[in-house]
Design a protein around this ligand. Structure first.
Ligand code: HEC
Length: 100
């Protein structure tokens, strides 16, 4: 399955760009990371170029604060690698659109 599809199913419900179900202006993952980095890094994972497969592995397998952990039965190592490739590609695309 392509990383884009896996990300859309498993991650975008919290890390997408949409407003939250509870009327909040951002989804919880996007909101938490926007607050955490205060503009030093984007709140949106798809704009981050620093999330290599090993870094993603740490956060996704262990969880982090309000972020749940994912077991291999829910999300395989291959799925996680596909997400890492997808995030690297979207970050590159965004940087080239921005002229960097
Ligand atoms: C139930 C909501 C939820 C889901 C689903 C979710 N996340 Fe998160 N994620 C969060 C929240 C909230 C945080 C911020 C945690 C904190 O630091 O307080 C976070 C943090 C992260 C971070 C840490 C980034 C940083 O710089 O601290 C990464 C990486 C991440 N998520 C990746 C993913 C990936 C990949 C998926 C899909 C496999 C995913 N998340 C699914 C809610 C979620």
């Amino acid at each position: 399955m392509p990383g884009r599809v896996i990300f859309a199913r498993q991650c975008a419900p919290c890390h997408g760009t949409a407003p939250g179900d509870d009327g909040s202006p951002m989804l919880p993952g996007t909101a938490a990371l926007t607050a955490k980095y205060e503009g030093r890094l984007p709140g949106l994972l798809e704009l981050r170029s620093d999330l290599s497969a090993p870094v993603l592995n740490l956060f996704v397998r262990r969880g982090s604060g309000a972020m749940p952990m994912f077991r291999k039965a829910e999300l395989s190592d291959a799925d996680l690698a596909a997400i890492a490739d997808y995030l690297a590609a979207t970050a590159r695309e965004n940087a080239s659109l921005a002229g960097h």
